[in-house]
Write a protein that binds this ligand. Structure first.
Ligand SMILES: [Zn+2]
Length: 359
């Protein structure tokens, strides 16, 4: 059986017991995967052992599209329209293995939708805490998948309320180790594409993609498929930046001093794994890019002009990539994380200003 491991004190815990943090030192845990068993005669198909995936909706293996110097990873084409499906598939698989009947998640929207959908698929009840001002399209999708939706005032409040709820098992992606496992195959897919790149820009709210990519590339290094973890450049939203205390900071359109209203998926300030992200970022991240609404708005307009229906938080990543490309000579990987179809059918005064030039 695979073990959850505390990288701080070495304590090992069964994944079938509840909880995602070390019983001794409260450090969020990671899954310890035996790499020897992953390689088959056909090569490596996944960095996740097959027996750990008990529920799937066909997530992953998303297209990688070339756009000038950029390699766009179309993560918004996952089953429920975001990269969170990769993590939810593994999280709900853990719930199935452990026999949990009700799971509890807190989310700005996308992770809640993914958890709701995979829970529905697995026949497990889901309860999702989300901020009331999340995009209506996202909140409605959570309910449409049959999950119980609890709205509170802010994203941070959603996290606190979910932790206090004792009516099920808390599987919040902000700490859940299996959620991070689900992200690792993005690294493998990039390597399998055979395309060379110099850096990957990575949106960071709770940091699951950053930690998953890092762990994935670390394992690929151990397997001899890559020589090192590549340059990962974290992207945060104005008013919600946490990594700026650890890394050199590049700000794009943050000068109004306000908080981003458009990047709803990046509005998290309580980040249980922040020190783990910072520790890794210090090794592979030259700086963090913090993006404001004017840059996001320009970037989303440009992405739609290329035929790519993404959500505003993904446009923040593209805006950052354009800055990063000026600093580098090679190609830059841009994960486009969330689908804009959750937004555009609903009139949105602020977003419409950028997309249509007015409400
Ligand atoms: Zn520990």
């Amino acid at each position: 059986m695979y073990k959850l491991k505390c990288l701080k004190c070495g304590r090992e815990v069964s994944p079938l017991s509840t909880g995602s943090t070390c019983p001794d030192c409260r450090e969020p845990l990671f899954l310890d995967v035996s790499l020897d068993e992953l390689a088959t005669r056909e090569g490596i198909r996944s960095l996740v052992p097959e027996e750990l995936k008990r529920v799937t909706l066909g997530e992953g293996r998303t297209p990688l599209v070339e756009q000038g110097r950029f390699l766009l990873k179309l993560e918004f084409l996952n089953p429920t329209g975001s990269f969170k499906d990769r993590g939810a598939a593994l999280t709900i698989s853990r719930a199935l293995m452990a026999g949990w009947k009700t799971v509890i998640e807190d989310s700005s929207g996308n992770a809640g939708i993914a958890t709701a959908a995979y829970s529905a698929r697995a026949g497990i009840k889901a309860k999702i805490y989300a901020p009331a001002d999340a995009p209506q399209g996202k909140l409605r999708l959570i309910r449409a998948f049959g999950a119980k939706l609890e709205t509170v005032k802010t994203r941070d409040e959603a996290h606190r309320a979910a932790l206090e709820d004792r009516s099920g098992v808390y599987v919040g992606h902000v700490v859940e180790p299996f959620f991070i496992e689900g992200m690792k195959d993005i690294a493998l897919e990039l390597v399998h594409s055979g395309k060379k790149f110099e850096a990957i820009v990575v949106p960071v709210a709770s940091g699951t993609m950053f930690l998953g990519l890092y762990k994935g590339f670390e394992e690929l290094t151990k397997l001899g498929l890559v020589s090192e973890v590549p340059t990962l450049i974290p992207v945060e939203a104005c008013g919600y930046a946490k990594l700026t205390q650890y890394l050199r900071t590049v700000s794009l359109a943050c000068d109004e001093g306000g908080k981003s209203l458009l990047a709803d998926a990046l509005r998290l300030t309580i980040v249980p794994r922040l020190h783990q992200i910072a520790e890794r970022a210090r090794k592979v991240s030259p700086y963090v890019v913090v993006v404001g609404d004017d840059s996001i708005g320009e970037a989303i307009k440009e992405l739609y002009s290329m035929g790519l229906p993404v959500e505003p938080s993904s446009a923040a990543v593209y805006a950052a990539a354009k800055y990063v490309a000026k600093d580098l000579s090679g190609r830059v990987v841009v994960p486009l994380t969330g689908n804009g179809l959750k937004y555009v059918p609903t009139p949105n005064e602020l977003l419409d200003k950028y997309l249509f030039g007015g409400p």
